[in-house]
Design a protein around this ligand. Structure first.
Ligand SMILES: Nc1ncnc2c1ncn2[C@@H]1O[C@H](COP(=O)(O)OP(=O)(O)O)[C@@H](O)[C@H]1O
Ligand SMILES: [Mg+2]
Length: 267
């Protein structure tokens, strides 16, 4: 049964009032779509700007890494070359020769740390040989320096060397492996890069203690972490997204998906 509307809740318009309201509604609709279009343009401008800032940061890191490697690194090597003949000299008393040995030891460690820092800032291998070579190098160094094994599954030439996507994916894997080393207590990890349906799929999985993904992703908002949050923001700048799949005691999977083409409007 249909009830007729309560006349107290009904506004009735005369013919000319109704067309005035319709015209106002149409004008409002147009204003609304204009606002949405302006907002979308503003967001795209913001993303373009954020990508440029990110590129400037990466260029700075590249320059700093080169200065560290070629400047400080070369100077420490030169000091080592000065010290080594002294250590081999037979004219030195035992106290002095112990001092020289200690100085050589310190220089060797400083040289190793300087090179490591330069590589982590911006591995030259990423620019020279591309993403897969850089990932293999990164996973090997992380494996050697921490207590878990890392397997890499990466098909060559997915993205060109010097491509933004190569840098982005390298940074995501770097942070994901840092997280495994810091939080997971894992014995094994896998880094897998593949292409499906024109999209790059990155998986970083570990067999560690796992976590609550909701809490982990929210940690950034609470100011207690920043890695996952900045990964997610950077991926979004290039049209990608991030998912963390985990449950306590059951390992963690970090999945990132990125359109292979990157940013058409950037050229
Ligand atoms: N592979 C992982 N295994 C277990 N917990 C993880 C892993 N990755 C991230 N987490 C959890 O997610 C939280 C947020 O990570 P992140 O944003 O990188 O910040 P941070 O590493 O500085 O704590 C971590 O504190 C940790 O609890
Ligand atoms: Mg972290």
């Amino acid at each position: 049964m249909t009830r007729s509307p309560d006349p107290r809740n009904t506004i009735s318009y005369r013919g000319d009032d109704a067309s005035l309201v319709q015209a106002q509604l149409a004008a409002l609709k147009q204003q609304q779509s204009q606002l949405f279009a302006d907002m979308a343009r503003g967001q795209e401008r913001f993303r373009r700007l954020a990508r440029s800032v990110w590129r400037v940061q990466e260029d700075e890191r590249r320059r700093f890494a080169r200065d560290l490697h070629d400047g400080l690194g070369q100077n420490i090597t030169a000091i080592l070359h000065q010290l080594e003949p002294l250590a081999a000299s037979t004219r030195m008393n035992s106290v002095d020769s112990q001092r020289i040995e200690r100085a050589i030891d310190l220089c060797t460690r400083a040289l190793h740390d300087t090179r490591m820092l330069a590589h982590m800032l911006r591995p030259k291998i990423l620019d020279d040989l591309g993403l897969c070579a850089a990932l293999n190098w990164l996973c090997r160094s992380v494996s050697e320096g921490s207590g878990f094994a890392v397997e890499v599954d990466c098909i060559e030439d997915l993205v060109a060397a010097n491509d933004d996507l190569a840098t982005l994916l390298f940074r995501v894997v770097q942070e994901a492996l840092n997280n495994i080393a810091k939080h997971a207590g894992a014995s094994q990890a896998l880094v897998k890069l593949s292409v499906r349906d024109g999209q790059l799929h990155l998986l970083v999985a570990d067999d560690g203690g796992g976590c609550d993904p909701g809490v982990a992703m929210a940690a950034d908002g609470l100011g207690s972490g920043s890695g996952l949050g900045s990964m997610r923001e950077r991926l979004a700048l290039f049209g990608g997204h991030l998912a963390l799949i985990s449950s306590p005691g059951d390992g963690t999977q970090l999945r990132a998906v990125l359109p292979l083409r990157g940013n058409p409007e950037d050229g």
